[in-house]
Design a protein around this ligand. Structure first.
Ligand SMILES: [Zn+2]
Length: 319
């Protein structure tokens, strides 16, 4: 779609890319920001690596302007779905003030920002990257995904430390030093209960036409994803036993990087929100509208038999 030459000039839409590794807490940060948008019209574009966009469902509780791009990494589809979505947003009769793109946990947020900057309707205001303070040390050392996370940190214009309640002060200091070593930014702030000051995002100065600490244009070849990164989905209409569900989520060991979804349990009436991040499993009440079945998206570096193994174990958690 093109805009006629005589069309009045519109102010650019502020573009913010929210990145960070799988399970770093991006969606929680985003929901807090949306609750405190102070009258700004915000469109949210959510990329989820899995086939079902769980994050988009979580955000719809807070915003009715959510666009969902699932089933793959959006920075690897340059010229594809992301560009199309940007064109549609900028061509709206009443475009938003702000577009926040929540990158998938394995995406390169700099590449997403670069795609956004090719469209003159947008102006980049920041690349905010969430970092799991407890898990980051191990993730950076991981031979398969360490590079993904390092690139996310290097390209950030601001870093947000999450889950700091799980570590002590000296560990927090060590993580902060490590991040400052890697990052091109000096801005490292700590999220409090999943929230950051909205001004950090909404009042950020435009970042210019290119990121100061990023290469001019990163290669369009999708080489940044580790071979073997896969996702599959479990669905069941039966209620699941809480203890057996937790056991089933552990059968893949460390090959399971992230799982998320909504589940119906035997001991809770309402659907529960499920998050698995490394060894941590969290279940909590979810008040939003979800279908009357359990849906879990699993993301990991899987062996060929893993899908069958995990789906089998999950079905045996059903009553
Ligand atoms: Zn990608």
């Amino acid at each position: 779609m093109t805009v006629a030459a005589s069309a009045p000039q519109r102010p650019p839409i502020a573009l913010i890319v929210l990145g960070g590794y799988l399970g770093a807490g991006k969606t929680t940060l985003l929901n807090h920001l949306l609750a405190d948008a102070q009258g700004r019209r915000v469109t949210v574009l959510v990329n989820d690596f899995g086939a079902i966009n769980i994050d988009a469902s979580l955000i719809r509780e807070q915003s009715d302007d959510v666009i969902s791009l699932e089933n793959g990494c959006v920075c690897c589809s340059i010229g594809g779905r992301l560009v199309q979505a940007l064109v549609e947003i900028s061509a709206r009769a009443d475009p938003p003030d702000v577009l926040i793109i929540e990158a998938s946990g394995v995406s390169d947020p700099v590449r997403i920002a670069q795609v956004g900057m090719l469209d003159r309707a947008f102006r980049l205001h920041g690349i905010v990257v969430a970092v799991d303070a407890q898990g980051i040390g191990e993730t950076l050392g991981d031979p398969y995904v360490g590079d993904i996370v390092r690139r996310q940190i290097e390209g950030a214009t601001a870093l947000v430390l999450t889950k700091t309640d799980l570590i002590d002060e000296s560990a927090k200091g060590a993580v902060t030093s490590k991040l400052l070593e890697l990052a091109g930014t000096r801005i490292v702030i700590e999220a409090m209960h999943g929230a950051i000051p909205p001004a950090l995002v909404f009042d950020a100065t435009p970042a210019g036409t290119r990121q100061p600490n990023a290469p001019a244009l990163r290669s369009a070849t999708p080489a940044h994803l580790p071979a073997g990164l896969r996702s599959f989905t479990f669905r069941s209409e039966a209620r699941l036993n809480r203890a057996r569900l937790k056991e089933a989520l552990r059968v893949l060991g460390p090959r399971l990087l992230r799982a998320k979804g909504f589940v119906l349990l035997d001991d809770a009436g309402a659907p529960q929100e499920l998050h698995v991040v490394g060894p941590r499993i969290r279940l909590g009440a979810f008040s939003g509208a979800v279908s009357a079945e359990s849906t879990i998206v699993l993301i990991g570096l899987f062996d060929p038999e893993d899908e069958r193994l995990a789906i089998g174990a999950l079905h045996s958690a059903a009553l």
